[in-house]
Structures are given as structure tokens and as C-alpha cells.
Design a protein around this ligand. Structure first.
Ligand code: PLP
Length: 230
């Protein structure tokens, strides 16, 4: 077994333990491998070891690694800040964009999807910690943006995404994940067109995935825990 395969197995067992502790079915929590700064050969190793879902932060890396992975079945999500001038590249290579943080970028993606003759899965990114360095809309604006996204013909709103509080205090981290779950409940219950299927909660990383799963994560994004520090 490769080192990457062994690490994936360890992370899967953490996910299973955390899900069971929370009274949840481990199958409800998907593992997304955050592959920033990982060479294509190691990404291929991870996919060969049974990973199916990867996430890229930067359009440039997405464009340079995806062609190398074309022959391996997998799903790729864009999880970084998306600039307007990168929309077409992302549309070409990503299956889903998790980082929608403005109506403007949503509208651009919708038009690009229409041009390509496809639909695109998306998440709205929420800044649940209030940290200035973090992208995303404040929780109180999530409903408004979700309604805009839901109204766009070629975008399919799947759920919400957040980067948890950067804090040594587990209580603060937990609070940011609980806030995302509450925002999701409000979106799904809003009755706005295109929002009723937005059940996903993409939250939790290598250091805190247990807290995220306890708060209802349906997808955890793990980089360091599988590929080491980069
Ligand atoms: C890098 C990254 C992760 C993974 O973080 P690790 O601490 O390396 O597990 C998750 N989400 C996003 C948006 C990232 O950029």
C-alpha cells in the first residue's frame, strides 16, 4: 500500500468514528481531497487508492492537473476564491464550484454554463467565523445569495460551504460549523425556487473534521491529513 493510500484509510477511519459518535451513518460524509500543490502523480495515487472527489483552489492548478487525470474517473470541485476572468477555465474543468460568494460571480458562471451547454453544481460559501481574511458571505446574507443562485437556470444549488474558525478553542470552531448548519436549514426551508435540494454542508478539514461531522457535515475537505504539509 502506498503512503497516500494508508493516509486515506486513516482519514476514513476518523470519519467513521466521528460519524458513529454523532449517531450518524459514515456513508453520509463524503471525503474531498484538497489537492493544492500536489503533483498529478500523487493525485493519481490517491484516485487509485479509491478516492473519488478532489478539490482545487486555484484555476491555474486546476487547468494544469486535470488533463493529466482525464483517464481516471473522478469528480473535481473548485474550492478557492474564483475571479471573474477564470470562470471559463473553471467551467471547462470543474464539476462543481463551492465558493460562490457574490451574485455577480453566480451570474457569470450561469452564463458560462449556458454557453457550454451544461449545468453546474454549486455551493454558497459562508464566512461563519467573521474573520476578515476569509471569503464568503456573512451568515445573515446566505439566504439572499442562495435565492439568487437558485433562480439561475444553469446552476444547481447543492448546499453551503465554510472554512471553520481558525482558533485553538474547539467551542469557537464548533460554533462556526453550527452556524453553517443553521444557515443551510434556513435556505432549505425558505421556499425560494431552486433551494429545496441544498442539503450539503461542506465543512471540516484535517485538524477539525470531527467537530464538523458532529455539527452535520456531509463533506469534509482534507489536504494535510493525506498529503502532509505542503
Ligand atoms: C487546503 C484546503 C483545505 C484542506 O485543509 P487541510 O488543513 O490541509 O486539511 C480545505 N478547504 C480549503 C478551501 C482549502 O483551501
Amino acid at each position: 500500500m502506498t503512503a497516500v493510500a494508508a493516509s486515506i484509510e486513516q482519514v476514513r477511519s476518523r470519519i467513521a468514528t466521528a460519524a458513529q459518535a454523532a449517531g450518524r451513518n459514515p456513508a453520509e460524509v463524503r471525503l474531498l481531497l484538497a489537492v493544492k500543490r500536489v503533483e498529478s502523480t500523487r493525485i493519481r495515487e490517491a484516485l487509485a487508492a479509491g478516492a473519488t472527489l478532489i478539490g482545487q483552489n486555484r484555476a491555474q492548478e486546476l487547468v494544469s492537473t486535470e488533463p493529466d487525470l482525464d483517464d481516471v474517473p473522478h469528480e473535481t470541485h473548485f474550492i478557492g476564491h474564483l475571479q471573474s476572468n477564470k470562470v471559463n477555465q473553471v467551467m471547462r474543468w470543474a464539476d462543481c464550484v463551492q465558493s460562490i460568494d457574490s451574485a455577480k460571480i453566480a451570474q457569470r458562471l450561469d452564463r458560462a454554463a449556458a454557453t457550454r451547454g451544461r449545468d453546474l453544481d454549486v455551493f454558497v460559501q459562508v464566512n461563519t467565523s467573521g474573520e476578515e481574511t476569509k471569503a464568503g458571505v456573512p451568515p445573515e446574507s446566505a439566504g439572499e445569495l442562495a435565492a439568487v443562485v437558485g433562480s439561475l437556470e444553469h446552476l444547481r444549488l447543492r448546499g453551503l460551504m465554510t472554512i471553520g474558525a481558525n482558533s485553538p478553542d474547539p467551542g469557537e470552531v464548533r460554533a462556526s460549523y453550527t452556524a453553517l448548519a443553521q444557515a443551510r436549514d434556513a435556505v432549505v426551508g425558505s421556499g425560494e425556487p431552486g433551494t429545496s435540494e441544498a442539503h450539503e454542508l461542506s465543512m471540516g478539514m484535517s485538524g477539525d473534521l470531527e467537530l464538523a461531522i458532529a455539527a452535520g457535515a456531509t463533506m469534509v475537505r482534507v489536504g494535510t491529513g493525506v498529503f502532509g504539509a505542503r
